[in-house]
Design a protein around this ligand. Structure first.
Ligand code: ATP
Ligand code: MG
Length: 267
């Protein structure tokens, strides 16, 4: 995982400052990282540590105050609509609040159909419907029951699964999953995690998994970055970071999850 020739996204000294004067917040402070093809990286930190801000900069939804983000070895180009469309074909995100990610006036059918259109596929109607059905069944949803519904008619868990169905259809190279399990119960949480793992297995998808839960990060990722107040304070192979933490903040996060081994049956 750590060879430098398959680095897909690399962040170099990225900083994001919100506000000005006496009201400045440095949400992300001089963060650097390398994301390799097929790797699952977790970014772990408590609320307000800058995780979502970092994710939005990687997505190109927020502009970094300083630093650079490179994609496939070149500074990422997002200057015009065509460049953004090309980037977003490769890099997709699932955000904390699924309801904010969808156009609430579009029915499920249109939300899924847009994925087919985004890929520039021209298919007969039956094949389009089949693709939408396949995507729904991948996430254990029934297309027939949902296609005519609006997002606000779905539960939080159904919405999150619908977002994963869209990822299944779009199969981006990189998925940023920002607390994708925040709105669901423990049972749906493990189903969602399993789906993400399956996506990675089938499509060699690279995943940035954002969570405040250090136990989850251990369960899902190859590499962990620990973020405290905008800074990466520790990073490395998941097992090493969790089983032999060096930084006091990491130690504290782990202490807050007393039974990490028994909880996940990993011992
Ligand atoms: N648009 C904004 N304007 C001003 N400050 C912001 C903005 N977005 C985030 N911040 C601030 O930046 C800091 C980091 O916020 P961010 O949402 O990145 O944290 P987070 O790690 O994702 O937290 P959580 O776990 O609660 O989602 C916080 O202090 C927040 O108040
Ligand atoms: Mg967040």
């Amino acid at each position: 995982m750590s060879s430098s020739n398959n680095v897909l996204i690399s962040g170099k000294h990225i900083t994001k400052v919100f506000g000005y004067g006496n009201h400045k917040t440095t949400a992300v402070n001089d963060v650097s990282f390398d994301l390799h093809e097929g790797e699952i990286v977790s970014i772990v930190g408590e609320s307000g540590s800058g995780k979502t801000t970092l994710a939005k900069m990687i997505m190109g939804l927020l502009k970094e105050t300083s630093g650079t983000i490179e994609y496939k070895g070149k500074p990422r180009q997002l200057r015009n609509h065509a460049a953004r469309k090309k980037y977003w074909k490769d890099i997709q995100a699932i955000f904390q609040d699924p309801f904010s990610s969808f156009n609430l006036f579009y029915k499920v059918e249109k939300l899924l159909m847009d994925c087919i259109k985004l890929q520039g596929l021209k298919l007969p109607r039956e094949e389009q419907v089949q693709k939408m059905k396949d995507a729904c069944s991948f996430v254990n949803l029934k297309y027939e029951e949902l296609f005519n519904k609006y997002p606000f008619e779905l539960s939080g868990g159904q919405m999150q699964r619908l977002m994963i169905a869209r990822i299944f259809m779009l199969h981006p190279k990189v998925l940023i999953a920002d607390e994708p399990t925040s709105m669901v119960d423990a049972c749906s949480r493990s189903t969602i995690l399993d789906m993400l793992m399956k996506l990675r297995q089938e499509n060699n998808m690279t995943i940035i998994f954002i969570t405040h839960d250090v136990g989850l990060s251990y369960y899902v990722s190859d590499t962990i970055y620990i973020m405290e107040k905008g800074k990466i304070v520790e990073s490395g192979i998941a097992e090493e970071v969790i089983l032999n933490p060096q930084h006091k903040y990491t130690k504290q996060l782990i202490e807050d999850v007393p039974k990490i081994h028994s909880e996940w049956n990993l011992a």
